[in-house]
Write a protein that binds this ligand. Structure first.
Ligand code: GUN
Length: 282
């Protein structure tokens, strides 16, 4: 039987509509400062999409474009300037950065209250302790997709492939908080098929095109594909969609699965940051 295809576009649209309603209830429109360093084509497309949907939801677009050869100190100074700017509720420094820059130091300059990517050490620490904070957009989006698809995670075996700060690590923490039993696989995992084929819920965030085939998947499992790759034959994810759809119980497509959720959660985090800041100010 063919898998249920989880429609990320539809869920993301609902989230964005909710964001637009919340924006209308704030004293002033929230502001999001995306920071793009250089002209990397893929990053430029991602940031353009974020800006377009941010404006459509009533969030002010306070984008900053800086040259690829910007010095570390200059970029950190820009982050400090945005931290101090009353109009800015959210700051997102698009990653990856050019090789001469140290991304961790730049990200950790972001005021945790404006860290709408949830990537600062402070917010990562809150998440690790299961406390309230701004959460990374992609894993938070995956959790919402699972919820909307009616997947109950309690007691389930979830396998996450990947251990990045952006996806794998926070994903494992969110699944643990939802009472799943979590295994994290990575490039040094000895027998990937043995691990993934025991998963009730499989999250593929390895960054390897079509890594996951039918052999990796337990019949009836839920498979979430976080990968996105442009190949000669078009876009694909970390999952071989045509093979896996014949085995899985539910599956996200690429495009139209996790991708739209990442942006929707960024907008939701921006509203969350703005309303917290509003509560704190007289
Ligand atoms: N590059 C790819 N995905 C992301 C993301 O979610 N946030 C940031 N800042 N950079 C990215």
């Amino acid at each position: 039987m063919s898998a249920l295809i989880i429609d990320g576009k539809a869920v993301a649209r609902e989230v964005r509509e909710g964001v637009a309603r919340s924006v209308a209830e704030l004293r002033r429109p929230p502001g999001l400062a995306t920071v793009l360093v250089g002209e990397d084509p893929a990053s430029a497309i991602y940031v353009a999409n974020k800006r377009k949907l941010c404006t459509a939801a009533g969030i002010r677009d306070l984008h900053r474009q800086v040259p690829a050869d910007i010095a570390q100190g200059e970029l950190e100074a820009l982050v400090e300037e945005l931290n101090g700017d009353e109009d800015v509720d959210g700051i997102l420094v698009q990653l990856p950065l050019p090789d001469h820059l140290e991304a961790r130091a730049v990200v950790d300059r972001i005021d945790p209250a404006k860290d709408v990517d949830g990537l600062t050490t402070f917010n990562a620490g809150l998440l690790a302790q299961g406390r309230q904070g701004l959460q990374p957009c992609t894993p938070a989006g995956v959790m919402l997709l699972l919820e909307q698809a009616g997947i109950d995670l309690a007691g389930k075996h979830a396998v996450v492939i990947g251990r990045s700060d952006l996806v794998g690590r926070p994903m494992a923490q969110l699944l643990t908080q939802a009472n799943a039993t979590v295994t994290v696989c990575h490039s040094r995992t000895k027998d990937l098929v043995a691990e993934t084929s025991r998963a009730d819920v499989l999250i593929a965030a390895a960054g390897v095109p079509r890594l996951i085939g039918a052999d990796h998947v337990q019949p009836g499992a839920t498979v979430i594909d976080v990968g996105i790759h442009r190949t000669d034959t078009g876009m694909c994810g970390d999952v071989d969609f045509d093979e896996v759809r014949e085995v899985a119980g539910a599956l996200t497509p690429v495009p139209g699965g996790v991708g739209p959720m990442t942006i929707a959660l960024l907008l939701r985090n921006t509203v969350q940051a703005a309303s917290r800041r509003e509560e704190m100010s007289p």
